[in-house]
Design a protein around this ligand. Structure first.
Ligand SMILES: Cc1cc2nc3c(=O)[nH]c(=O)nc-3n(C[C@H](O)[C@H](O)[C@H](O)COP(=O)(O)OP(=O)(O)OC[C@H]3O[C@@H](n4cnc5c(N)ncnc54)[C@H](O)[C@@H]3O)c2cc1C
Length: 499
């Protein structure tokens, strides 16, 4: 059996193990493939208990996790006495970026859209102070300062399905018109952060997007496939899994229909924002390669055990306050008594960056959306349009896979197959671009708990409102998986502690 036949025969059940079998039919490329995963971290929680202990002293506040939310909390705490611990060797979490020979490229979140007036003022004001955005009164929108990273409208995206290219995932036509007519009444009501969404629309959090759409009319399977693509691309699950609120929010949060909205995507992706926030925080307060493994409440203080991953030492801190901005699934190890507050479905993601030769003056499309047999493969970003002023001899193609929650148990097997997976992914890309791609190196990043899927009931479920001892931040605290939400959650956590 040939590989294509194999892939077709398993397409209906294209879960990770089947797909990995299909990859075995391919020859691996000649380029190096570097692998990164957060998979080993869980083991460290246990192994680290044997490490030598060090008394590390006291600090007023400890922030757990150096993703967007943790970093925003650090900015919010300002000059206060705090330390932020991040288990990885780099900051950023799902918005981290990789570096290679002077290039920076995203290994997670990669874009933002210009902000309308009805967004939350806390994040807008922080980004204005950091000189990320400025207000344009005539547009009633906030625009990005670094205009070189605005993706030109005509280079934004192309979509590939059944061997054909088209401009959008959802093609023009009566179905699309009816769909937008149906949703139009929510335009301007889908705020960010979602905590600002008015009460009258919150019932949309109780049913799935698919059920909402099929209440009054049929959705044909092809249209459902296109909607599912969009939902997986941003929310980590298909339309019959995510809530109607999440689905409507996706299409109605920005005034796409009434204005042209800038799309901002720097080469280092949303790490750009983290870097700007980092520039106003004292470096010594941001400590990487440190895993918070246990938190205990002792009368009026917390005892926090931190594993120094590089030195293999166990440190013990006392603090008055904790902001927990790490993923909440690990609470069952770290702070067991509050683990029950978070009951989530999480999508793993896999990202592959291909560093390739670039042809001078040749620009691709930024987003290349791929609707193929393997539904987990969503397509790729082409860096050639991310900074058109720069002279470049290389471009980076960043491919995205949104895996199913049930695939998590097979993630440990990915490293051994990573060369084959790279070859398979390059095969998809070549099929879409119809050109030979010379790859210099490939970087694979696997994130097991990358995205809490906003299933019905997930949004607005803020654990901090249930009277907890420590403050939670992060998008997995009842928020949509978006940069704006993450930053808002960090700022809110810091302001609760400071008040
Ligand atoms: C593939 C992908 C693409 C995305 N694209 C976009 C996009 O284009 N635009 C957008 O707006 N959003 C996007 N998102 C969502 C966006 O990345 C997130 O909403 C945001 O970055 C989440 O930030 P966070 O701080 O809440 O969580 P995380 O990024 O998950 O950060 C949590 C951090 O805590 C650390 N940590 C966890 N436990 C511990 C511990 N015990 N001790 C120490 N450290 C710990 C982790 O290592 C991690 O760095 C994307 C997400 C993914 C997965």
């Amino acid at each position: 059996m040939k590989r294509r036949e194999f892939v077709k025969s398993t397409a209906a059940a294209v879960s990770l193990p089947f797909w990995l079998q299909g990859c075995r039919f391919l020859d691996a490329g000649q380029y190096p493939v570097y692998f990164r995963s957060d998979y080993e971290t869980g083991h460290l929680m246990l192994q680290g208990q044997q490490w030598e202990k060090e008394e590390a002293g006291a600090v007023e506040t400890i922030i757990v996790g150096g993703g967007m939310a943790g970093m925003a909390a650090a900015v919010g705490l300002g000059p206060a006495d705090f330390k932020l611990f991040e288990l990885s060797g780099r900051l950023g979490g799902t918005s981290a970026c990789e570096q290679y020979q002077g290039l920076q490229f995203s290994q997670g979140a990669h874009y933002e859209l210009a902000y309308p007036e009805y967004y939350g003022e806390e994040v807008l004001s922080l980004f204005e102070k950091l000189k990320i955005i400025r207000y344009e009164p005539w547009k009633k929108m906030w625009s990005f300062e670094d205009q070189q990273h605005i993706i030109p409208f005509q280079r934004r995206q192309q979509c590939f399905e059944n061997g054909m290219l088209r401009p959008d995932v959802i093609p023009e036509g009566s179905q699309k018109e009816r769909f937008y007519q149906h949703l139009n009444r929510y335009l301007g009501e889908m705020h960010l952060p979602t905590r600002l969404i008015p009460e009258k629309n919150r019932h949309l959090n109780d049913l799935t997007f698919f059920d909402f759409l099929t209440e009054h009319s049929e959705v044909d399977p092809q249209f459902q496939r296109q909607l599912d693509y969009h939902m997986m691309d941003d929310w980590g699950g298909p339309s019959n899994q995510v809530s109607a609120l999440a689905g409507i929010h996706y299409f109605m949060c920005r005034p796409y229909l009434t204005k042209s909205v800038d799309l901002f995507s720097p080469p280092n992706g949303n790490f750009y924002f983290l870097d700007k926030m980092k520039s106003v925080v004292t470096d010594e307060k941001l400590i990487t390669n440190h895993l918070v493994s246990k938190i205990e409440k002792n009368k009026d203080e917390f005892l926090v055990e931190v594993l120094d991953v590089s030195r293999k030492k166990k440190k013990s801190f006392k603090c008055e306050k904790v902001i927990y901005a790490g993923q909440k699934h690990a609470l069952k190890y770290v702070y067991r008594q509050e683990a029950h507050l978070f009951n989530q479905v999480q999508a793993p993601w896999m990202i592959l960056n291909f560093v390739c030769e670039a042809e001078e003056g040749k620009y691709g499309f930024w987003q290349n959306e791929f609707l193929g047999e393997n539904r987990s493969f969503l397509g790729f970003i082409d860096s050639s349009v991310q900074d058109r002023r720069a002279q470049k001899s290389k471009r980076v193609l960043t491919a995205y896979y949104c895996l199913e929650p049930k695939d998590r148990e097979y993630l440990a097997t990915i490293e051994a197959s990573s060369k084959k997976i790279a070859a398979e992914t390059l095969d998809y890309i070549t099929e879409m671009l119809d050109e030979k791609i010379e790859v210099e190196a490939c970087f694979v990043n696997v994130m097991g708990h990358a995205m809490s899927i906003p299933v019905p009931g997930f949004l607005f479920n803020d654990a901090n409102e249930k009277g907890t001892d420590l403050i939670y931040a992060g998008v997995d605290n009842g928020r949509l998986p978006l940069l704006f939400e993450a930053v808002d959650s960090g700022l809110m956590a810091a302001s609760v502690l400071s008040s």
